[in-house]
Structures are given as C-alpha cells and as structure tokens.
Design a protein around this ligand. Structure first.
Ligand code: F3S
Length: 429
C-alpha cells in the first residue's frame, strides 16, 4: 500500500470531512492499482467534476439524482452520498457538452440546457473555475516547468508534459475529482523522472512548417510509437504554440502519446542524449515524402463526396491567433447556402475575439464562433450533415467515425474555401 504522510493519514481518518476522506480512499486504491509508493501534492487539477447529463442523474435517482449524488457516487465512487465542500486545490472545469448561448443551433433541448446551467452553477459554487475548454493553457491555466498537475484531456496532457515541462498523467474523471479535494495524485508515471525519457526516434526528412503539416506529422508519430515517448529530430522548424497544439492532439489520437521530445525545442530535450536520458533507444521511424503522402491519404480516407455541408474548425480549441486568421480568410466572403461553418474556442478566447471584431466578421460571413465544446464532444453537427471538412487531424480521426459522416482533412484555407464554395478542393502540394 502507498506510504502516507501524517497529513494524508489525517485526511483518511476523516479530519477534513467525509468528502476528502472518500477522495483519499479512492486515491489510495488508485495508487495501489498503479503500484505507486506514495503521492505528490498537486495544486493544479483539470477535470469535469460532477457534471453529468440527465441520464446519469437518473441512474443515481435513488441517491437524490443531483450534483451531490453524482459527485459522491460516480466521481468519488463512494458507497454513500456525502456533502461536497469547496475544492481544496486550484481546480478547473475542462470542455463541456454545449455552447451556453448557441445551444439551440447545436440542436440541444431546453431540458438539456437547464441541466447544463444547473451543473454549471454547482461547479462554480464548489470553487471550480469554469474554463470550459480542452486548451486550459490558452485560458488562464499555464503550469510551470516541473509542476505536478492532475489533468484530463489527452491533447492538454501531452501539451503540459512536452511543451511546458509540467507533470501529469492522462487522468480520469474520478482521479481528478478526488485530487481536487485531497490535493494529491499518485507519484507515478509522468510525475517521475524515469518515466519521462525518450523511447523511440523519429527522423523527419521533409520540411514541416505549417499547422497542417504539424498535424500530419503528429498523426504519423502517434501511429508509429503508439503510447511510448518519441524523440523527434530533423527538418522541423521551431514550432509555435499552435503547431505544438495540433501536433500533440494528433499524436495522442492515432496513438496514445502523452509526452514527446523535440531536440533543441522542448524543455527536457536540449540534446538527443538528454531526451533519452541514458535509456535504451528503441526503433527509428522516418517521416519522408512517402510517409507524408500516406498520412495525408489515411486522414482523407473517409472523404469521397466533394460536396461539403459542414466545416468545423477549432480542434483543439482555437487560439486568438487562429480565430484572427480564419476571420481574415473569410472577410468579404459568405458561407455557401448548402454549408455551415462552426468554429470552437474557449469562453475567454471568444471574449478576445468579440473585443477584436473577429466574431462579428465571422458572423457577417455566416459562420458561428462557439465555446465550451466541439462536435465530437457534444456529438452535435448541423442537421443533415453528410460531409465535413476539418483542419484538425484529431477531429478527422474521431468525428466521421462517431457521427457516421464523411470527412476531409486540409489546411485552414482549404476548409474556409470549402465553407464558402460548398466544395472540397484541398490537395496535397
Ligand atoms: Fe477539444 Fe473537442 Fe478536439 S474537446 S481537443 S476540440 S475533440
């Protein structure tokens, strides 16, 4: 069993109340299952605490069917319902199931919205910050290097570990909700130096510069190394935050990559030697022109019909720079009468887009800027959608399979063009 400090023994004995006690009980079971010997303290937790659609509340009807019941029985896996106090760690709510304003356009019912609003009030009253995004690092939660975090959301986890040098495993709803109360997470996996060493090499032999190219490289890397840690070298120009965001989201989708090193770029890889940290090097995978073409074809294998009726941008949630770019591309044009364009971001970035006039530019063109969610998470696409165009390798991996639609992958410009022409004309240069 994991070794406990005096403070942790006290929490387990119930000195901080029943909810913290249940949280410690869950975390100890979790640590034992992982083989962790002790805990690290965390004051940065991101999850989806207590939020639940009506059918989950219905499942806990005998326990009261409310936020308290869901948090106790589902999140904390407790055998009884306990009072849930304000969280003890700095806690953030990640993406949710609908836009707080445009939920009707997303096809949500009045009842679903009422449930959403009630959950959101509970979340805020429990001291959890409503970031409502898969990109917490763009919305006010930026860890520092070495900081122990407990985050859900694969695209955020890989960004935290690789780009920032923060430390988090890909947590689940239960462990993050417990960590919000106990400020602890098992000292295992990416919290420990020995789990952060590179395992395989990726040699990039073709230039990778645009976001579109970084998405393809990420997709290739995930497929090659699966859930291990790649060390990437070669023809990579210093990637911006957005390029890292698309690369990591793609690598976490085609594989289960939770951390990567880019030699001379990411903070724990000043050299190849440092990236591997003395560990044995596994295989070397080569990303060349043929691999690039194969990746493009794989990403576009679910596209056949060139009549596009839905364009979705913003996976992971768009940054202000990406919204400004999309607004520039569409300014003076109109979304085609047979198509819809939805762009997803966080509430805080949308506030910036509003202030800068981008939301209005998009609206004039017939596009909608939405927050909190995305089509994959909410399973909401415009009514009658048959063919989608996407600039995210992650979204093209998931959305067509989830919704039974066709999907095209291309650049943001390809997608804006598809939205305005109703036709897919993207090609690999
Ligand atoms: Fe975010 Fe949805 Fe993509 S939650 S990472 S936009 S699948």
């Amino acid at each position: 069993m994991a070794k406990l400090t005096g403070r942790e023994e006290a929490m387990l004995a119930g000195e901080d109340g029943a909810a913290v006690q249940k949280a410690m009980e869950l975390l100890i079971r979790y640590a034992d299952a992982l083989g962790a010997e002790d805990f690290v303290e965390t004051n940065n937790v991101a999850g989806v605490p207590g939020s639940a659609p009506p059918w989950i509340k219905q499942y806990y009807a005998a326990d009261g069917g409310d936020y308290r019941a869901v948090f106790s029985r589902f999140d904390l896996d407790a055998d009884e319902v306990v009072d849930i106090p304000r969280m003890n760690a700095f806690s953030c709510h990640l993406q949710g199931g609908m836009d707080p304003m445009l939920w009707r356009e997303q096809g949500m019912s009045e009842a679903a919205f009422d449930n959403f609003r009630s959950d959101e009030q509970q979340v805020a009253e429990h001291g959890i910050q409503l970031l409502k995004t898969c990109t917490p690092y763009l919305a006010g939660n930026v860890p520092v290097m070495g900081e122990h975090c407990a985050w859900m959301e694969s695209s955020a986890v890989i960004f935290c570990n690789s780009v920032i040098g923060g430390r988090t495993n890909c947590e689940g709803r239960e462990s993050t909700s417990a960590a919000m109360l106990a400020r602890r997470i098992p000292n295992w996996g990416f919290h420990r130096d020995e789990y952060r060493k590179g395992q395989h090499s990726v040699d990039v032999a073709v230039p990778v510069d645009e976001v579109f190219e970084w998405g393809m490289l990420g997709y290739f890397v995930g497929g090659a190394v699966q859930d291990t840690i790649p060390v990437i070298e070669g023809a990579i120009a210093a990637p911006s935050l957005i390029r890292h965001k698309h690369f990591g989201a793609a690598a976490a989708s085609s594989g289960g990559v939770e951390m990567y090193h880019m030699v001379g770029i990411t903070p724990e890889a000043p050299s190849v030697e440092a990236a591997f940290g003395g560990a044995r090097r596994g295989e070397t995978f080569r990303y060349d022109a043929a691999a690039r073409r194969r990746t493009y074809e794989t990403l576009n294998s679910v596209g056949q019909c060139e009549d596009v009726d839905y364009v979705m941008l913003g996976c992971p949630h768009y940054s202000i720079e990406q919204i400004a770019h999309a607004a520039r591309l569409i300014e003076g044009r109109k979304v085609h009468t047979n198509a819809e364009l939805w762009i997803f971001t966080s509430r805080s970035v949308k506030a910036l887009a509003d202030a800068n006039g981008h939301t209005e530019t998009l609206r004039k063109a017939g596009a909608l800027l939405m927050t909190d969610t995305c089509s994959a998470i909410s399973q909401a696409v415009p009514k009658g959608t048959r063919v989608a165009a996407l600039d995210s390798a992650k979204q093209v991996h998931y959305l067509p399979a989830m919704m039974g639609i066709e999907g095209w992958y291309g650049t943001t410009a390809d997608c804006i063009d598809a939205a305005c022409s109703g036709k897919w004309r993207g090609r690999l240069a």
